[in-house]
Design a protein around this ligand. Structure first.
Ligand code: NAD
Length: 527
């Protein structure tokens, strides 16, 4: 039986869990928003399709938020701000402790929600949620993180001290690739600092945000402190132009990030925009080749390459290293187990959408046309029972050169390019000349080379024999060059700085009270 939804034919048997039949009418399950502590149903008639990428089919829809919807969320957040900002940090931390407990308790259910809409394996989903959980753990210590400086006697009987105050209503705009973790980079820090928050998650993967909103409510977060609206450019523009939003955190592609930064700044908002990447891993002749190969398999193909910290370029120093690397990688890439997230033993799921699928295949075609050697071709794979899914097997290119499109642009798929260089200096220059500067790694046994690289790479996050150097939550995450706009890294101490305003107070008190005449103090009580 086929059901037409717009121009997409749907197999009802595969969708029985999400389509309700009422009086012979077919209603697509619609994801609500979360505003002022309750589910909120938009009046917007524009609907966005949400896919299960393994099936290649629409499983539910969400209304595309209008300006009115965004305004409703901001109004709720604005109303909740004064009381929440005045709540002692230790009380805010108690909500974080409860939220942490609830998320830990429901990890498997949460991972299922992430994987169904994104396509990543359950293990990947659990891993990424766990990295988000680390940020919540950091926020449980917010009373300490908000402690500030005090200088006694900056002048005769004058003291100076800093306090950091919350900004007001903050907004987050997040990408599809980490439906739970990237929002968790933002809102736990924002709200534990005393702000209220409006999250606009990727319209491709909204259910994880709704899940977190419900858990925050269960944890005792007051209504209006955390709100979720889902939409596309219309909703984003409404956020960027809204006069009551003080700060915007964005994570996504560079072209959109630059737009968000410019437009948000024009509207006087504090903006942090973390963007696209092309991460290089240098393999030196003295590297442990087995370790380097393992690292590349995980870093290039994990999560189907849809990670902003994925390694997409392996820079082999010397032909001998390159030949060895290709020989070791080839069978591993060919044998990657690709399948749907809910099948066992899977290493790599589908890519997120038909659009991504076509784009990645287009890059592979371009790579071939421009003269790179496709050593492993993962195109055209079919998975039994998931024939319409957006699956691409691991792809490995050798002899990629810096003038090629597949070297210059972010592919965001399971495609690794090997670039051959003659020496370390050329490798370092490649890393530094690339427009992106998110992450990089070097594999070597030589401390001097490693140290030189860590000091001289123009990149925000550097790994030494660590392929994906994503900082733990109490450090901060952020790239350089066109991988970031606005200069603020995310979470950790930088996150606290982003979500608070510095105030410096200089105080002198008049003398005379200590005599006790006004307050009838007993002798010695002012000691
Ligand atoms: P994207 O830029 O397409 O979307 C990100 C957000 O912007 C979404 O919420 C989306 O709704 C919104 N958006 C999309 N088009 C818009 C438009 N025209 N105007 C206004 N808003 C718009 O990114 P994506 O495809 O969801 O995610 C993949 C990208 O994110 C990759 O480039 C990846 O490198 C990057 N990323 C970066 C980091 C980082 O920390 N640097 C982390 C994760 C992902």
């Amino acid at each position: 039986m086929y059901i037409g939804l717009g121009n997409i034919p749907l197999d009802a048997a595969a969708l029985h869990a999400v389509i309700r039949l009422t009086n012979d009418k077919i209603i697509m399950n619609t994801v609500p928003y979360f505003i002022n502590g309750s589910e909120y149903h938009s009046k917007s008639t524009r609907r966005l399709d949400i896919y299960n990428p393994a099936l290649g089919k629409v499983i539910r829809q969400v209304a595309a938020a209008s300006r009115e919807d965004v305004d409703a969320a901001v109004k709720a957040a604005l109303a909740a701000f004064p009381a929440w900002a005045a709540t002692p940090p230790a009380k805010r931390a108690q909500v974080m402790f409860k939220f942490l407990h609830l998320i830990n308790q429901s990890l498997n259910e949460f991972a299922q929600i992430v994987s169904e809409e994104h396509g990543k394996t359950i293990d990947d989903a659990i891993g990424s949620i766990s990295r988000g959980i680390e940020v919540i753990e950091y926020c449980c210590g917010i009373p300490s993180h908000l402690k500030s400086d005090f200088t006694a006697n900056v002048a005769g009987n004058v003291d100076a001290y800093n306090i950091r105050q919350p900004l007001g209503v903050c907004a987050g705009i997040t990408p599809f690739n980490f439906p739970a973790m990237v929002p968790m980079w933002m809102f736990p820090v924002a709200i534990s600092c005393g702000n209220t928050f409006v999250l606009k998650p990727s319209e491709k993967v909204p259910s994880a945000s709704l899940f977190m909103a419900r858990k925050l409510k269960e944890a005792g977060l007051p209504d209006g402190v955390f709100n979720v609206v889902v939409g596309d450019k219309e909703a984003v523009d409404a956020v960027l132009e809204h006069p009551d939003i003080q700060a915007v955190s964005f994570v996504g592609s560079t072209s959109i990030g630059q737009y968000i930064y410019q437009k948000g700044s024009q509207h006087n908002k504090r903006v942090q925009a973390l963007c696209g990447a092309k991460n290089h891993m240098i393999v030196m002749p003295d590297a442990d080749m087995e370790q380097a190969t393992d690292a590349l398999i995980g870093a290039a193909y994990g999560s189907a390459g849809e990670r902003c910290m994925a390694i997409s370029v392996a820079v082999a120093v010397g032909d001998e290293v390159a030949d060895d690397l290709i020989a070791r990688l080839t069978p591993r890439v060919k044998n990657l187990k690709v399948g749907a997230f809910d099948c066992s033993g899977i290493e790599m799921g589908p890519v997120v959408s038909k659009q991504s699928y076509d784009k990645i295949n287009g890059y592979i075609e371009t790579g071939l046309k421009e003269g790179a050697k496709l050593v492993v071709d993962g195109r055209g794979i079919k998975i039994d029972g998931y024939e319409s899914g957006y699956f691409i097997g691991g792809c490995l290119f050798d002899r990629v050169s810096p003038d090629m499109t597949i070297y210059k642009e972010e592919i965001f798929g399971p495609v690794l390019s090997v670039v051959r260089v003659k020496d370390y200096e050329t490798a370092l220059k490649l890393v530094n000349d690339h427009e992106y500067g998110n992450g990089t790694a070097i594999f070597t046994r030589d401390g001097d080379t490693a140290r030189h690289f860590s000091m001289n790479a123009k990149i925000g996050m550097v790994g030494i024999n660590v392929p994906i150097p994503v900082p733990v939550a109490y450090h901060s995450f952020g790239g350089w060059k066109r991988s970031i706009f606005g200069g603020f890294a995310i979470h950790g101490a930088e996150g606290v700085r982003f979500y608070t305003k510095l105030k410096t107070i200089t105080a002198r008190w008049p003398s005379g009270i200590r005599s006790g005449s006004q307050f009838n103090f007993k002798r010695g009580s002012d000691a």
